[in-house]
Design a protein around this ligand. Structure first.
Ligand SMILES: [Zn+2]
Length: 262
């Protein structure tokens, strides 16, 4: 833990306060309470949320945002999922607002981050969370690896985020036609070994995807099964995650851009 703590210092330069508190082993709940002023906050600040599905509600805020205080973020699992799905609908419909991507926002979060969601996603270049959820700097704590697999390092990274920022949700995002999944199915079918360290991904995914090897729709079914397996693994392996956030599984459609909660 000490070693990890030292490594985290290098990895997560989130600002003096954040680093200080994790080094001291403190559990900080301040971000949630700090975000509370404005019971209407989540809807107002992520404004797009409220009207995005109908497209009826224009942005109340134009491109510039005040620098005085961080924008309130969703504080419940429900509002966090809604913020992500509303952002995804904006993205898909071509009405992305690209929130929190100004220089003002950059300065706002430079002193400390308060992401409202941790995301475990695939490293695939087509599945960039801030783009497909129409979010910005400081909104999402991304952990990405081919096949969106939970391993010890990623688990530590996600636990750090949950312990430090208390985000209301941790979203596991799989996606259509995932290359890691299809490569694993192919390796099982052909009895071949993947080159280099790619085999470690195949080894990890094999027990999850093996039941679908002969299924004509095997890749799709395995993608979904893998998301659910990783959700279960996060909850069973981590007290921190199980006790302090809500783990949600989802699938991204490469063809339409839509995210569906599983
Ligand atoms: Zn993938």
């Amino acid at each position: 833990m000490i070693n990890s703590s030292l490594r985290r210092r290098a990895l997560f330069t989130a600002g003096g306060a954040a680093i200080g508190s994790i080094a001291a082993g403190a559990v900080r709940t301040a971000p949630a309470s700090a975000a509370l002023p404005g019971a209407a906050g989540p809807a107002a600040s992520r404004g797009a949320s409220s009207g995005a599905s109908t497209g009826a509600s224009p942005m109340t805020k134009p491109t510039t945002t005040p620098t005085t205080a961080p924008a309130p973020a969703p504080t419940t699992a429900h509002t966090a999922v809604k913020a992500l799905l509303d952002g995804n609908r904006r993205f898909v419909s071509g009405r992305a607002r690209h929130p929190h991507q100004t220089v003002d926002r950059l300065h706002e979060v430079a002193a400390g981050q308060h992401p409202f969601a941790v995301l475990l996603g695939c490293a695939d270049s087509r599945v960039s969370p801030e783009l497909l959820f129409d979010q910005g700097i400081g909104d999402l704590f991304d952990d990405r690896v081919a096949g969106n697999i939970v391993d010890d390092l990623l688990l530590g990274s996600m636990e750090y985020a949950v312990e430090e920022f208390r985000p209301p949700i941790l979203l596991v995002l799989g996606h259509e036609r995932c290359g890691a999944i299809s490569a694993t199915l192919n390796a099982i079918t052909t009895g071949t070994t993947a080159p280099g360290h790619i085999q470690s991904i195949v080894d990890t995914l094999t027990p999850i995807v093996e039941p679908f090897v002969t299924d004509p729709d095997g890749v799709e079914k395995a993608v979904r099964a893998n998301v659910l397996a990783q959700v279960a693994a996060l909850k069973s392996r981590s007290d921190i995650i199980r006790e302090h956030t809500t783990v949600v599984g989802a699938r991204y459609d490469l063809d339409t851009g839509l995210v569906t909660i599983l």
